[in-house]
Design a protein around this ligand. Structure first.
Ligand code: HEM
Ligand code: HEM
Length: 373
């Protein structure tokens, strides 16, 4: 199922680019195609894979595994409600809220019954889901409080991008990169334990600040910068050699971290009117989300295809998918920077990198089919 969700996410990214170029629709349509059809179900699916690892417990029941599919249905409904404008997004928000509440309940249950103390990454996931739930409730509130619609939209979008996606990503990166490199980061758990308050506090302040009172957003950005700088410093100390390669997953995951830092900077710049907010929203997707998702997929896809002990087969698939990882990452980042500055041609760089990755995926799938003959 995770493989299907990963492919759906990549297809939704490609679809979002095509939709944005070919149809004069409100940005909410293609933004939700990428984020609520692609990213939201993939994150829930990936969490259902990681939570048992973090709590040293067994695979989730079928009911829990179907939650990402409910979210996918809700996300798809939301996109349709923006393409052919109608208020079905209220229903979509309530459906996604029901699905994520059940998911939060499952994480809490797994955390309580964990053998020993759960890994601190679990609390970041809970905080991320709480931000998503709040963001969805905010959509419902738009119906009750129409005169506050713009403020509520700002609250919703910052809670989702910095909270739901940001918290999940920054926590996962701290576990994923050391595993991929094969050398542990002994401080990761301590950092995760200490830094959640800054990242979550930063998200809430930015979201409320963007909606109603800008000075809170400045303070929130300062708080979020702390964990990012600490993580960046640790990675440069521990994994500098791996990060500076042209191939592999380390460079592309490092670009994702740099992309998140750049996103915070673009946030400050659009808050003061130097950049257009919509350009920074696109830059967030290009410079941060694309390297994050393609990097994570290139590392995790073999495990999702064949769970269990790691073999030469897993290594070979990874090598194929991670070929050119550093170059791809830089193309995404460069595209994001150009787009943030208002030069739409930056999109081409990112699209070429995305197409290259899709070609790598297809050629790997072909090889897999040949092997199974
Ligand atoms: C089923 C789930 C969702 C529903 C029903 C929903 C609904 C909405 C609505 C009603 C708006 C305001 C649109 C407008 O007034 O133009 C909006 C804006 C936005 N949402 Fe969502 N949303 C969902 C999920 C998400 C997710 C998961 C993300 C990101 C991770 C996200 C990011 C955004 C962004 C960036 C905007 C601003 C778009 C713009 O400026 O036009 N949404 N959403
Ligand atoms: C994931 C990163 C971010 C994305 C995708 C994003 C996106 C957006 C969008 C689309 C809007 C316009 C909403 C509208 O008025 O229609 C907006 C407004 C705003 N954002 Fe962000 N933003 C991000 C990060 C930040 C950060 C880090 C800050 C911190 C300073 C920030 C502060 C603000 C403020 C203050 C506004 C309101 C601007 C105004 O009053 O004109 N944003 N953002």
């Amino acid at each position: 199922m995770l493989v299907v969700l990963a492919l759906t996410a990549l297809a939704s990214f490609a679809g979002a680019v095509i939709l944005a170029w070919s149809q004069p629709l409100p940005p909410a349509a293609h933004i939700h195609l990428a984020l609520s059809v692609g990213v939201m179900p993939l994150i829930l699916g990936a969490m259902s894979h990681f939570v048992p690892v973090l709590t040293r417990s067994g695979a989730p029941a079928a009911g829990v595994q179907s939650i990402p599919l409910l979210a996918l249905a809700a996300g798809t409904l939301a996109v349709f409600s923006f393409i052919a404008p109608n208020p079905a997004y209220y229903f979509a928000a309530l459906l996604a809220l029901a699905a994520t509440s059940a998911f939060a309940g499952w994480i809490v249950k797994r955390g309580k019954s964990a053998l020993g103390k759960p890994h601190p990454c679990l609390y970041w996931y809970l905080a991320a889901i709480a931000c998503l739930m709040l963001a969805l409730a905010v959509v419902a509130a738009m119906a009750l409080w129409p005169e506050q619609r713009l403020a509520l939209k700002r609250l919703h979008l910052h809670l989702n991008t910095l909270g739901f996606i940001g918290l999940t990503a920054i926590a996962t990166l701290q576990v994923l990169l050391p595993t991929a490199v094969g050398r542990p980061d002994s401080q990761a758990a301590t950092r995760l334990r200490q830094d959640l308050k800054w990242a979550l506090g930063g998200t809430l302040l930015i979201a409320v600040g963007a909606a109603w009172f800008k000075p809170l957003a400045w303070l929130g950005t300062l708080l979020w910068v702390l964990p990012i700088l600490r993580l960046g410093q640790a990675w440069l100390r521990l994994y500098r050699t791996e990060i500076r390669q042209l191939h592999g997953v380390a460079p592309v995951l490092a670009v994702a971290l740099a992309g998140f830092f750049a996103t915070l900077l673009f946030g400050v710049l659009h808050a003061v009117g130097v950049l257009l907010p919509i350009d920074s929203a696109h830059a967030f997707i290009l410079a941060f989300l694309f390297p994050l998702v393609t990097g994570a997929v290139s590392q995790l896809l073999p495990v999702w295809l064949k769970p269990g002990p790691q073999t030469v087969w897993h290594g070979q698939i990874r090598q194929r998918l991670q070929w050119g990882g550093g170059i791809r990452g830089l193309m995404f980042f460069g595209g994001g920077l150009f787009l943030a500055g208002g030069w739409r041609g930056g999109m081409i760089l990112a699209v070429v990198a995305l197409v290259l990755f899709l070609v790598q995926l297809i050629s790997t799938a072909k090889t897999l089919l040949n092997w199974s003959d």
